[in-house]
Design a protein around this ligand. Structure first.
Ligand SMILES: NC(=O)c1ccc[n+]([C@@H]2O[C@H](COP(=O)([O-])OP(=O)(O)OC[C@H]3O[C@@H](n4cnc5c(N)ncnc54)[C@H](O)[C@@H]3O)[C@@H](O)[C@H]2O)c1
Length: 254
């Protein structure tokens, strides 16, 4: 119970890696606000945490709008009395009605880079005030190396992920003196709905073993990222700030 008495806001907490962070934080004693556009998944997360004896609330939130993120911070403060931990773990692709290349590029950068900036800007005053604070942005191994695929999504994604690591380091410098640690987690290939098409097709594991050449020869599980987030949010990580922690089964060791 390393996070007893602390309040966490997980943007993107309705599914995948964000949901695993919600579960890991609640298991460690934190009260958690699940903030997401997916109401059904968010309500389910709250129900599951509550049924297990924890405390959670849902806030319908889009990371694309600063006002919306600010409202989720208010939900945390009003419901649980403050805010200590922010996680951003949002993912999506441009919807069909997003037209040309410029719009698709903007959509991806808004989601993966500007959104984490908005979230940080809105959450940090409350985190500073509550003390013992930590911000964790879920970046990617695409934040530390390029991607060869050439479409606009596959160009904007690593560009934004590199940006969010820059944001992480910059905020760590700015907010360290105020007692806030800021880190990023860089997952490798983790089984979530984001890459469902890939892992469902990988029935014999050959994609991760032979194509991606992941040394551990398997996909990651969301909870293997959630446990790292809980560690980073806890006092066990009290001297870790400004880092991009890679959790990829050894893939980027090559
Ligand atoms: N799964 C992987 O292999 C992998 C690898 C590296 C990095 N990541 C990163 O991890 C993060 C989470 O991805 P995931 O795999 O858990 O995806 P996911 O699709 O399982 O979950 C993403 C969540 O974000 C929510 N969301 C979408 N748009 C939103 C918005 N505008 N505002 C708020 N919430 C919104 C979704 O409803 C969903 O609950 C992403 O930043 C992704 O880039 C994932």
């Amino acid at each position: 119970m390393r996070l007893t008495g602390r309040v966490a806001l997980v943007i993107g907490g309705s599914a995948g890696i964000g949901r695993a962070c919600v579960d890991a934080f609640a298991a460690d004693g934190a009260s958690v606000v699940v903030a997401d556009v997916n109401d059904e998944g968010g309500e389910q997360a709250v129900a599951d945490v509550t049924a297990a004896g924890g405390k959670a609330a849902f806030a319908h939130t889009t990371i694309m709008e600063e006002e919306s993120v600010g409202e989720s911070v208010r939900v945390a403060v009003d419901t649980f009395g403050g805010l200590n931990i922010l996680v951003t773990s949002v993912a999506g692709r441009p919807p069909a009605d997003v037209g040309g290349r410029a719009e698709a590029w903007k959509y991806m950068v808004d989601m993966f880079q500007t959104g984490p900036y908005y979230a940080s800007r809105q959450a940090l005053p409350a985190i500073v005030e509550s003390g013992n604070g930590s911000v964790i942005h879920v970046a990617s191994i695409a934040g530390i190396r390029g991607m060869a695929a050439g479409d606009v999504d596959a160009t904007a994604y690593p560009t934004s992920k590199h940006g969010v690591i820059g944001l992480t380091k910059t905020l760590a410098l700015q907010y360290g003196p105020k007692g806030v640690r800021v880190n990023a987690i860089c997952p490798g290939y983790v089984k979530t709905q984001l890459n469902q098409h890939l892992h469902e097709a990988d029935t014999d594991g050959s994609f991760v073993r032979d194509t991606l050449r992941v040394p551990l020869e398997r996909w990651g599980r969301p909870e293997e990222i959630g446990t790292v987030a809980a560690f980073l949010a806890s006092d066990e990580a009290s001297f870790i700030s400004g880092q991009a922690i890679v959790v990829d089964g050894g893939m980027t060791a090559r």
